[in-house]
Design a protein around this ligand. Structure first.
Ligand code: GLN
Length: 423
């Protein structure tokens, strides 16, 4: 390995031994995580502060990062969660009327070890071909041993390999809010009495999600990841929501159990991302790890209930294993019929679920769109509709009538024994 010893060198090391040399950015030292890439062209502040990125080293395919600096309005949570940040060309100057400080300074202040001046296109192609993998960024003192000698690459690779992987990682409890709090409609431009109350379980919630609900008149109780069903019932909410969040959905047994209690009680339910995976597992489907996942704000999705395409904001490395297009009986058959309502137009991965016999639906992507296009905002309206319609308890098709395609349900085959390929 050839590095300069003036303190500006940094290396990105992948578990397969690939090494990319660049310049230290943000904090210096060592960081370990899963290397993933995001194709978002904008919204780096929202990416960095999305708790779903906990323990991940994010490679940004957009070549120029940091040009609008950092402001105090756009963070999607209380801190930066990415384990490390990889950019090609870091802006030398921040230029925006809202900018309060530079991204370099912010990464340093929050202790995020990062690297710049690397070929992010080459790294992305590598991760796309070989899959997301364990990685580390090393800079400053981390590049030399106690005698000031350069550390051999093999030693850095060993350190990378010896970290825990994302498969089996249980992280939601690490990022959730400690205290419950309420997001009020009146604080977000909605005048009048709240139309319904939501219990939103924070598994890594992004700020804009409850805001999008409050804008529609929903009073949102944001609750910690370990909230019990009895604690939810004490609030007497009209609906329950499970947020996005980091880690492997196979580890979310607490929340899967909680959601089953919610569904058994007939409470309307909406889930986003991790919440979609948890609904999938509660219904009895499996989940599996994608080779490199979907991350970015330009991900095309088909809504099979309307035939419309939407461009979505995504950040997921796992997916639900369920058959696309058919209406099947949930493997947990007490929940009745379920359909994959949305799928990815890039690779056919499940992007949404809707139950036909209980009031529950979810999507794998981010309709709060922070950052991202607003095509999917209708999903929050569906949630309002689901909680406020008169026949919610009857177990009728959970889609609002206007969105119903008669043929989708009327010609449905008789429920079969369900899906038999759980992961
Ligand atoms: N944004 C999310 O909720 C991600 C969910 C899950 N951690 C995944 O990677 O698939």
């Amino acid at each position: 390995m050839s590095v300069t010893t003036d303190g500006t060198s940094a290396v990105l090391v992948l578990e397969d031994g690939t090494v990319y040399r660049g310049t230290a950015y943000g904090a210096t030292g060592t960081t370990l995580g899963e290397a993933v890439f995001s194709t978002a062209m904008t919204g780096y502040q929202e990416t960095l502060t999305d708790p779903s990125y906990a323990r991940q080293i994010v490679v940004q395919t957009a070549p120029h990062i940091g040009n609008t600096g950092v402001n105090d309005e756009d963070p999607e949570s209380r801190r930066i969660w990415v384990a490390g940040y990889v950019v090609r060309d870091a802006a030398r100057r921040a230029s925006n009327w809202r900018s309060a400080r530079s991204l370099d300074d912010e990464l340093a202040a929050q202790g995020i070890v990062s690297i710049k001046d690397v070929d992010t296109r080459a790294i992305t192609r590598h991760l796309r071909d070989k899959g997301a993998m364990k990685a580390g960024i090393f800079s400053g003192d981390a590049l030399t041993d106690a005698r000031g000698e350069e550390r051999p690459t093999a030693e850095l690779v060993d350190e990378v390999i010896n970290q825990p992987g994302m498969l089996g990682a249980r992280l939601a409890e690490e990022v959730t809010t400690e205290e419950a709090y309420v997001v009020e409609p009146s604080d977000h431009g909605y005048s009048g009495e709240p139309v319904a109350t939501v219990a939103a379980i924070d598994l890594g919630l992004k700020t804009m999600t409850p805001v999008r609900m409050a804008e529609r008149g929903l009073r949102v109780h944001v609750l910690p990841a370990t909230t019990t069903f009895a604690e939810i019932e004490a609030l007497n909410p009209d609906g329950v929501f499970l947020s996005n969040g980091p880690g492997d959905p196979a580890t979310a047994s607490t929340q899967i159990g909680l959601l089953r209690e919610v569904l058994d009680a007939g409470k309307p339910f909406f889930g986003i991302c991790f919440g979609n995976q948890i609904l999938g597992r509660a219904l009895g489907f499996g989940t599996y790890k994608l080779p490199f996942g979907h991350r970015g704000i330009n991900q095309p999705v088909m809504d099979h209930t309307t035939g419309k395409v939407e461009i979505t904001s995504q950040n997921h490395g796992f997916a639900v294993d369920a058959p696309i297009g058919e209406i099947v009986t949930a493997p947990e058959s007490r929940y009745g019929r379920v359909q994959v309502s949305h799928s990815s137009l890039n690779d056919g991965v499940v992007e949404g679920l809707r139950c036909l016999d209980i009031p529950a639906f979810s999507v794998q992507y981010h309709p709060e769109a922070a950052a991202g296009p607003h095509d999917s905002a209708y999903l929050f309206d569906r949630f309002v509709e689901l909680m406020t319609r008169d026949d919610v308890a009857t177990g009728a098709d959970t889609l609002p009538p206007a969105d119903r395609r008669p043929s989708a349900t009327d010609s449905a085959p008789a429920p079969t024994g369900g899906h038999d390929q759980h992961a």
